[in-house]
Design a protein around this ligand. Structure first.
Ligand SMILES: C[S@@+](CC[C@H](N)C(=O)[O-])C[C@H]1O[C@@H](n2cnc3c(N)ncnc32)[C@H](O)[C@@H]1O
Length: 366
């Protein structure tokens, strides 16, 4: 077993020497590890720590055990199963458990479909290569009543509409292109989860959902019961978008105009849980603090975002200063930054009102 020892958060990790350091990454040796996903793992530790209670956790696709061992070490009230189908992963998982002297983490070498058909957990983490869809039914089966699912999707291109036929096949959704494609991709993932969970008379409550680097990630609370399933389905929307006028509109039904979707139209975050999440001791990267403040601020109950660039080129005016524009917009109606783009914004104002404020602030900029 080749490898190097690194420190991630407060946890020692032994990982393959030739591991990936960015992008979707690839297996160079026999076991996968991607340094860039440290942020993704930081957030899962912060998410679980915020509950501050005993919880059973299955990191169902753990590879080196990095996430499982970090959770067990940094959220010490958890009891963690570190599972991977690959036999090559097991020595890494065992070594990482030993390196951190953990007694609350157990290695497991099973196909997650059998693991989750025979055991139930309070929290299940799924982090596959590409789409999570082949694993979704098993995770729904393996999660306890009102438990939590954390799902990563690295098939960002289909979800963001760059490979529409793939998105239609995997998610049975018509994706959107343009400046809002990443928010749309995130909402396709959650909306698809709502449709899949409804088949089991379960609804969902998004706790934390984000787009980052090359992937989408959502943490969902499973809400058991037919009424919750119906409520989740009721949050799905179809979208009409006119790239010439920039006009967007929403409909519960698909029609000739509202042909994109279905997307999750509800909230992306549980702001109360976000307020309990702490970066200290877990995340030394500035990105965690920056994202936490954007997620807390973001208007998440109104799809979809706008971008300064699309408004400036539509109106053929100079782009105003971002902060000044957001501040001015707030004088007229609820407006926020979005974590999805440094030049994006969410607002309850109409397109006409956006154009008016944009033109006004743009004139002051010149
Ligand atoms: C992207 S890697 C996971 C990376 C890991 N979560 C991390 O943060 O470093 C995907 C892993 O899923 C495992 N896998 C694929 N199919 C599986 C299955 N059916 N059951 C369990 N593990 C599986 C692969 O062996 C691989 O190690």
């Amino acid at each position: 077993m080749n490898g190097v020892q690194i420190l991630e958060g407060a946890t020692k990790l032994f990982v393959p020497e030739d591991h990936s350091s960015g992008g979707p990454g690839k297996i160079n040796g026999s076991v996968f590890f991607n340094e860039q996903m440290a942020f993704n793992r930081d957030i899962s530790v912060m998410f679980l720590r915020a509950f501050n209670k005993e919880m059973s956790v299955a990191d169902a696709m753990t590879a080196t055990g990095s996430r499982a061992v970090r959770i067990a070490n940094e959220a010490p009230k958890t009891i963690v199963t570190a599972n991977d189908i690959s036999a090559y992963a097991i020595p890494y998982i065992e070594k990482n458990i030993a390196l951190n002297n953990l007694t609350n983490c157990t290695p497991s070498n099973r196909n997650l479909h059998t693991l989750l058909s025979e055991n139930v957990f309070d929290y299940i983490d799924i982090d596959p290569f590409g789409s999570p869809m082949p694993f979704i039914h098993s995770t729904i089966q393996g999660v306890k009543r009102h438990g939590y699912l954390a799902i990563t999707a690295t098939d960002a291109a289909p979800l963001a509409g760059a490979h529409a036929p793939k998105c239609r096949r995997r998610y049975q959704v018509e994706p959107l292109r343009g400046v809002m494609c990443h928010e749309a991709g995130l909402r396709i993932l959650i909306g698809t989860m709502a449709r899949e969970m409804a088949k089991f008379d379960k609804g969902l409550r998004p706790m934390l959902s984000f787009s980052a680097d090359h992937y989408f990630r959502t943490y969902l609370q499973v809400m058991n019961g037919a009424a919750n399933a119906d409520a989740a389905l009721d949050s799905l929307v179809y979208i009409a978008f006119d790239p010439v006028t920039l006009e967007r509109s929403f409909s519960k039904e698909k029609d000739d105009k509202h042909m994109y979707g279905p997307f999750w139209g509800g909230k992306l975050f549980d702001k109360e849980h976000l307020s309990l999440m702490r970066t200290d001791g877990v995340c030394v990267r500035k990105k965690c603090d920056k994202m936490m403040s954007l997620w807390k601020e973001e208007i998440d109950d109104i799809p979809l975002m706008y971008d300064m660039s699309e408004i400036a080129s539509h109106l053929k005016v100079t782009t105003p200063r971002y902060d000044t524009f957001i501040e001015r917009m707030n004088e007229y109606g609820r407006t926020s930054r979005t974590h999805i783009s440094p030049t994006g914004f969410k607002t309850e104002l109409s397109l006409k009102e956006i154009f008016d404020v944009f033109t006004e602030v743009s004139k002051e900029t010149v």
